[in-house]
Design a protein. Structure first.
Lengths: 208, 208
DNA sequence: ATTGCGTTAGTTATCGATCACTAACTAATG
DNA sequence: CATTAGTTAGTGATCGATAACTAACGCAAT
């Protein structure tokens, strides 16, 4: 009988829950099986979470942490244009190494009904939107963005990321997401940024 | 005891199934309740579908029919640029009047596990992609598109549509999707189409 | 037209499996 | 020794699916 402190067990439980959702879908997330995978019994789960919904809430919190990683990753960058670039690349990088997360992100349907989970999901979606939106606004002030609605521009970028990731998921993760992301980023850049031969040359050099 | 021919009943069952998924989520789709809503008993459902999965397959077929409506809607249009415009508007129009369909479209997670359903879903996604892709290729030949990768451009457009629709769903359908669609289409057009003052004037006139 | 009959859409009743969750008890930790 | 992480055993509810039976339809022969 190996005992763990509740924070550790909670983390283990959420890890396993994400893995199960990823491998077998949300409908396969049964407390019994979840407990078995963690190596404890069903009632032991209820020592650490009062209900199944609370476990789901924990999963969403885990996804929300991604935003912190993102922001610290972008901390030192001054150019807004570069921030947008890195925002896009970060998502492909992060999801490439944490594919299980995509299963959570694309399971909106599970959360839509439950008001608490739904609010949490909206918070995640909105937080990501706000982060990018601030960069887009900044880039417009810099003059490095094509003159269009900043909100629409933000939707366009996130929508593109999401669809590439969905495609990756449906293909069973069998293409190189980072490489695909790099390609589509170039297309995006050509569309949304103003011509800047000097900067373009720099970017081109960095890529090789 | 009112009897229906099996094609009629199948249609009724699929209608109700979509409604239940939309209102209560996929996990609430129980054969018993589905039968009750249709006005028959549980085993009667199994007269018309051999399994629950086959009902889901029927739902996906229904969504696939959307492509036919789309294509006939776009039949008489000659300009590729106008076809792309109409492709985008069609989606916002159609989903605006059939919001239940969004619940199916955003429930990829249900289908990912089952190989048959998954293939059906991929077929739907791909068919929509191919349609738009052909317009994008055509527009490039016309010279009305900015010079970028046609595949990426297609992804960008569909991704934008999807994210707007997701946003609409998460907001509980409480903004005017068609108006929002019209707005983002203008942004999209400004980004992807080449400058064409003559055509722009025509389009501007038509909008008012 | 009416009858007779095979086909098919429906019924009632029930199956075993599995779900989330809990009461009551036990052993490890600090 | 108090607290807390774990256990065994079991709750009622609900799931998808089926066996056995019945009533309505459609069509051919009278």
């Amino acid at each position: 009988m190996t005992r763990f402190r509740t924070e550790e067990r909670q983390a283990q439980i959420i890890d396993e829950a994400i893995r199960i959702i990823h491998e077998q879908g949300y409908s396969a997330l049964a407390i019994r099986e979840l407990a078995r995978q963690v190596g404890i019994t069903e009632p032991a789960i209820y020592r650490h979470f009062t209900s199944k919904d609370e476990i789901i809430a924990g999963i969403l919190d885990r996804v929300l942490q991604m935003s912190d990683t993102l922001l610290s990753d972008l901390a030192g960058i001054s150019s807004a244009r570069e921030k947008i670039r890195r925002f896009v690349l970060f998502h492909f990088d992060f999801l490439s190494e944490n594919p299980e997360i995509t299963s959570v992100v694309f399971s909106e349907d599970i959360f839509r009904l439950n008001p608490i989970l739904r609010l949490k999901l909206q918070k995640i979606v909105d937080s990501r939107y706000q982060v990018l939106r601030s960069f887009v606004d900044e880039a417009r002030r810099e003059g490095s963005l094509v003159d269009t609605d900043a909100g629409d521009m933000t939707i366009l970028i996130i929508g593109t990321i999401r669809l590439i990731v969905l495609d990756w998921r449906l293909s069973d993760f069998d293409f190189d997401l980072k490489a695909r992301g790099d390609r589509i980023l170039r297309t995006l850049e050509r569309l949304i940024f103003t011509e800047d031969p000097e900067l373009d040359k720099q970017l081109e050099g960095r890529r090789e």
